[in-house]
Design a protein around this ligand. Sequence first.
Ligand code: HEM
Length: 418
Amino acid sequence: MTSTSGCPVAHDFDPLAESYLSSPYPELNLLREQAPVHYVPSLDHWLVTRYADIAAILADPATFSAANAQAPLSGLTEEASGILHNGLRNTPVLSNFDPPGHSRVRRLLAPLFSPRRMAQLAPRIEQFTTELVDAFAGRGRVDIVEALTFPLPALTLFRLLGFPDEDSEQLKAWCGEKLEINWGRPDAEYQLRATTNIVRFWDYCEHYVETRKHDLGDDLTSDLLRQRETDPGALDDREVASIVFALSFAGHETTTNLIGNALRHLLSRPQLWAEIGRDPETIAGAVQETLRYDSSVIAWRRVTTREVTIGDTVVPDGARLVLGLGAANHDPAVFAEPEEFEIHRANAKVQLSFGRGIHYCLGQLLARVETEIVLRHLSQRFPDLRLAAGQDVRYPRNISFRGPVSMLVEWSAPVPAH
Ligand code: HEM
């Protein structure tokens, strides 16, 4: 195994430490240079940080199973794991499912995320954006996460699934608890409360599918249920509820974080904010570079199905891996001057923030469409939008999902909406 001696970040490296959460790249870069396949005792996982190694892992689902992708990261108390064990009846369907089962589910779900369908959602996203922005446009200063980037992706996704708008707050709270349990290190008291609520969240999804079955509508859940009319291999109730449960989590906070990260980096470079306002054609590149430079999913998990050599490190069978997607996106072997935020970067599109291969993110187009709409809207309407001075932008305490928890922005007079 790789020796970690000589690596200054080796033994006390903790990806849940406040210093790492606020700025993970200095440590990730050091690890990639000095110990690219590194056992992290505080997590009992191996952290892989080189682009080439991660790309090879994502291309080999037989050796690197996705079964642990949604598992609680840290050990749960007996009581909390009992609550999940007894209460959750969901079945693996997507990100934590291996072939051949995964291939079947993916074949049925992928057409519902086609570019045409995503384009159909754009007017609705535009409308939500306008309404949310109108509500604060006259104020001159706002927490943009609270006022826009948090509610918008949730509204969009919950509408896509067909959930009633009035359940949004509750659903978002449950998703936050699921995040802490699966990717953080919560204490025993939190675990008890959160696991109870995760079971409520599952019950909600199961009940929702049961009702939807008798009242099909114009939403993704109904489309999945409708597949039964023509496809003998279509999903059963439990599988549909499991997809609803998975998507309702996967599809909003990730996007909240992408929009927040994009705003942070563009607003701290006023010339770029002016450029995207002047030339909206540059926005797609700015989103792509945000995904590379400051990914909203900096880590994802796999588990080995046999002993295997990664780079030049032998990793045992059953080893749990954290793939440092963010670290890969800063690998100088692939990206020239990786610490520069460069919205015209020619190869930003090879970033790994959405994974790659059979599990490549199904919602990537939706996330991009939403982010592009917000950036276009804000850069046109608030040409002098800026980050409020002196604030300490904080990030959530988990190993994967990264974006500002809150962010104060200011502006003078907005350009009137047309
Ligand atoms: C910036 C936003 C997003 C990021 C960075 C992101 C990232 C990821 C990553 C890293 C994976 C795992 C890839 C792998 O295992 O190889 C994934 C899978 C997935 N994502 Fe996203 N995601 C985002 C937004 C969304 C949205 C908006 C949705 C749904 C509306 C979504 C749905 C999914 C699904 C269903 C999978 C599992 C696909 C499969 O296993 O076949 N994601 N995403």
